[in-house]
Design a protein around this ligand. Structure first.
Ligand code: GAP
Length: 437
């Protein structure tokens, strides 16, 4: 992890928020390469979940919502973690995660196990961030920063149904920021207080929910494989009765083996009709669906798929990171799937003379109209390759003396180091085939 975090900072993937002022706990900023990586991940998700399907619509709801939404959803009453303080070292821990934490005084022990530890009784701590709407800071003006994007989907379910030509079964998807005042955030961008979720709620006829749940489990698993994640780094975790969220009838996580162990990065839940029924009750408005062909009225059940864009970016970084020996040197390479790589191709003139930079610049400008490309003419070509390896650029295009004779360039493949000559006039099509899914 330390190597990855330091590479992320050095190469401009991820920076600590407000670093100039000593940083802000568990908030991170994406730099030039990081923002491209995360955008590409979100684009792939959106493409698979919305654009490639006829039965899912996209929305983009506000972060601030009516406070009653969070009463109806159960978050005001129940979105809590048990918190304990140590009176000796003043550190705070999640009471249910003591076994995963270290005592700050004696890191080989868990909190509460060292002779000087003095833990308080657990008290419940609500994870929602509060703020005030309007100029007066009073309880009537309290609003919350949403802790999940899903509720924006539930409260828009009828709007989407009426404004689109969908019929149950159908889904609504959205990507957006969520906020949680986590007690013990950490592990870089794994658990943060501000993050992005990619969530989809699929509305189905009650009784067909289990079948749809299984379909969604398979589709989401396939998406991870198509993203290029190594299958041996992925596994299912089924929630036992003690783990299930208050709204769920069944839940599975897709876990990734991060350097700090196996952890959830996507959750698939059968949320039943819990949320829609609660919104019906709290708003006083009917959220039923009328299925004309069956002459039947019901509140749909919901199968939810929910994945954090930041956690997915971390998994992509961990999966991509490799160190290997090449010609007696250590090569650090990020083997991203070409579709999510921040830069698709780097254009490098072999030397800075003989008209090669001019040809290389023309190629670079051509590519740039379609892809994130990079131009580099500084230093030896070997060093330029290494810089692109660290950025995860799948293809390096070198313009050399032969280019002037037959218009071909050398394309060097990041993973195999194989070099191939390609006609420069065909480069855009050649690259499109490799990086588009
Ligand atoms: N709507 C359901 C829901 O929010 P969740 O399991 O609490 O379920 C879903 O969150 C996903 O959101 C997680 O699998 C994870 O990828 C991401 N996530 C949750 N909390 C996070 C945090 N504090 N930092 C980064 N990502 C987080």
């Amino acid at each position: 992890m330390e190597k990855l975090v330091s590479l992320c900072k050095r190469r401009g993937f991820v920076f600590q928020s407000s670093e100039l002022y000593g940083g802000l706990g568990s908030v991170w900023d994406y730099g030039p390469l990081g923002v491209e990586l995360k955008r590409n991940i979100k684009d792939r998700w959106w493409r698979a979940m919305v654009q490639a399907r006829d039965d899912i619509e996209g929305i983009d709801a506000g972060i601030l919502m009516h406070p009653r939404v969070w009463e109806a959803s159960g978050h005001v009453a129940g979105f809590t973690d048990p918190l304990v303080d140590c009176k000796t070292c003043k550190a705070r821990f999640r009471a249910d995660k003591l076994a995963d934490a270290q005592c700050p005084q004696k890191p080989s022990k868990h909190p509460g196990e060292h002779s000087t530890c003095e833990l308080t009784e657990p008290r419940m701590f609500n994870l929602m961030f509060k703020t005030f709407m309007g100029p007066v800071e009073e309880s009537a003006a309290v609003v919350y920063l949403r802790p999940e994007t899903a509720q924006g989907i539930y409260v828009n379910y009828l709007n989407v149904l009426q404004g689109s030509r969908q019929k149950v079964p159908f889904g609504i998807a959205q990507i957006g920021k969520a906020f949680r005042n986590e007690i013990t955030p950490g592990n870089f961008i794994f658990r943060t207080r501000e993050f992005e979720q990619m969530e989809m709620q699929f509305f189905v006829r009650p009784g067909t929910d289990e079948e749809w749940f299984e379909k969604w489990r398979q589709w989401r698993w396939d998406w991870h494989l198509a993203m290029g994640f190594r299958p041996e780094k992925l596994r299912w975790h089924q929630h036992g009765p003690g783990e299930l969220a208050h709204y769920a009838k069944a839940a599975y996580d897709i876990e990734y083996e991060f350097p700090f162990g196996w952890n959830e990065f996507e959750g698939i839940h059968n949320r039943t009709d819990f949320d829609l029924k609660r919104h019906q009750e709290y708003s006083g408005k009917k959220l039923e669906y009328f299925a004309q062909e069956r002459n039947e009225r019901y509140v749909p059940y919901v199968v939810e798929t929910s994945i954090g864009a930041d956690r997915c970016a971390l998994a992509a970084l961990c999966d991509a990171y490799h160190e290997e020996q090449v010609e007696g040197e250590t090569r650090v390479v990020l083997r991203f799937h070409p579709s999510v790589a921040p830069i698709k191709a780097a254009v490098l003139p072999l030397v800075k003379k003989d008209g090669l930079p001019e040809i290389a610049e023309r190629i670079y400008h051509d590519l740039k109209t379609r892809f994130a490309a990079f131009y580099d003419d500084g230093g030896s070509v070997g060093r330029r390759y290494r810089r692109q390896d660290e950025a995860g650029t799948p293809f390096c295009i070198t313009v050399d003396g032969q280019t002037k004779e037959d218009r071909t360039v050398t394309v060097r493949m990041r993973d195999t180091l194989v070099q191939e000559r390609v006609d420069s006039g065909r480069l855009v099509a050649w690259l499109a085939e490799k990086v588009t899914v």
